[in-house]
Structures are given as C-alpha cells and as structure tokens.
Design a protein around this ligand. Structure first.
Ligand code: SF4
Length: 258
C-alpha cells in the first residue's frame, strides 16, 4: 500500500516509507497494522516484516495540497531495522515539503532519543510517543529531549490510568481500543488526562471510546467533542491556507499504530 487517505481524526493522510514491525509493549497486542497486513496480503509481499520502500520516499513531493501526514501508519519509523541513512532521507523529504505537517509516532523511545541529534528537525515535523499505561511514561521523558516543534502523546489504546508530566508537551491524544477483543477504557482515566492537560495548558484530543468498531462508542466526552490541536497547527494552517484550494485536506476514520 502506498499512501492512503486515512480516516484518523487528527490527520489527513498517511505516508508509509516503511511497512512492517514487531511488538514491543501491551499497546501492540491488537496491532492494527498487523491486522491490515494479514487482511490484504497481496499488498505486503514481505508480510509484517520490516521493509524499506525507497520508491515511496518522494511521494509527498507530489502532494501539492498542504496536509497533515501521519508518517508510517503501518510501521514504526524508529524501528531498529530502519538504518539511520534511510531515516535521514525521510527527514530530507519532510524538510523539502514545508507545506505539509508530518506526524511521527513511535514506541521506540530509546532509539528516538539516541538518533535525534543526527536528524534535522524541520519546523513541520511533529514527534510523538505512544503511552498506553503508567509503565511506559518514561517514553515521555525521552520525547522531551527531542527538539521537535511539536511533541505529542498518543494514549491509545488507553489501558490504565496515567499520571503524566506534561512539561514541554504540546498535545495529547486519547483513545480506547477497538476490535473484537478490545480492552475496555474507563471514563475516569480519560477525564483525569483531560484535567491534567487543562492544568498544564496542553491541547487535548479525544479520538474515540472504542468498542467492537472504532465508531461503536462515539467520541463525545461529557457531551462535547474534544478536538483540540496544538497552537502550531493554527499558525501553519494560516500560513499555507492560500496554497490550499478548497481548504486543508479532511477525512475520517481508521485506527493508528506505533
Ligand atoms: S506498528 Fe506500532 S502497534 Fe504495531 S507492532 Fe509496531 S509499534 Fe506495535
């Protein structure tokens, strides 16, 4: 699969210069990327093995319309089998397409912090880590060391209560798991994260309650849709809007990985 116009609420499309991954923590148990790979084997000749796709590197240079691009919905860019040279090529493409916002999400926080000084952190790169329960809050400490313009957390699937240090974090996304074997989310966990965000003046985005399907539980919390975005988004949008006939890309639904 090359790029797809995904349905993730906080992004517009995906770009997968690598595909495949392996599981590192409980948030991976029902990995959406793995499920999709199994469902469409004809699109993934190496199955779920980490695969570099040199031929996809230039794709965003052909997308004129400014978009929020989720990098690697089908993999983890900081996977140990992605060479630094390849990562640098991905970062170069992001640098030469400033009309787009790139949203990278990883569970490989140690490799992220190790390689961050070798990479060029263009202003349009947003870097995030996944935090599914309290055992993984050290990922946030690593993220804090990365000089990205926007640092964000994806607490999806949220598997337990979280006490977060939100210093130098700009955005928190929360979501419940979906699928036949989804693990339940509790309202008090979500409210607590919302409160922590409000206290720290961090943008809070509630993606979904989850359930058998992503839409099953809706996405309203206390009768409100929480779609907050980091301040940098509004600034970027204003700057690039005139290049975007018909406004920025907008689409709906799907799950996310990494
Ligand atoms: S893609 Fe993400 S959720 Fe899936 S196995 Fe890799 S790190 Fe885990």
């Amino acid at each position: 699969m090359a790029s797809i116009n995904t349905g993730i609420e906080w992004t517009d499309r995906t770009w997968n210069p690598t595909t495949g991954c392996n599981k590192v923590s409980p948030g991976c148990t029902h990995c959406y990327a793995e499920a999709l790979t199994k469902r469409f084997p004809q699109n993934f000749k190496n199955g779920f093995e980490l695969t570099l796709h040199e031929n996809r590197l230039e794709e965003p240079t052909h997308w004129r319309k400014p978009s929020r691009i989720f990098v690697n919905s089908m993999s983890d860019l900081f996977h140990e089998e992605v060479p630094l040279e390849f990562l640098k090529k991905v970062f170069d493409v992001m640098g030469k397409t400033p009309q787009h916002i790139y949203q990278i999400l990883t569970k490989r926080h140690q490799r992220l912090v190790e390689l961050a000084p070798e990479l060029e952190w263009h202003k349009n790169i947003w870097m995030g880590v996944s935090v599914e329960n309290q055992n993984y809050v050290d990922r946030v400490d690593c993220l804090r060391q990365v000089p990205a313009n926007v640092r964000f957390l994806s607490c999806e699937p949220l598997l337990g209560p979280l006490e977060l240090n939100l210093t130098d974090i700009h955005w928190v996304i929360v979501g419940g798991e979906s699928g036949l074997k989804h693990r339940p989310i509790k309202e008090e966990w979500v409210r607590s994260i919302r409160e922590q965000c409000q206290n720290a003046e961090v943008a809070f985005f509630f993606k979904q309650w989850g359930g058998r399907t992503p839409k099953a539980g809706g996405r309203s919390l206390d009768d409100k849709i929480w779609d907050e975005m980091p301040e940098a988004w509004e600034q970027h949008r204003k700057k690039w809007e005139r290049y975007s006939v018909g406004g920025f890309r907008r689409s709906n639904k799907a799950a996310m990985t990494a």
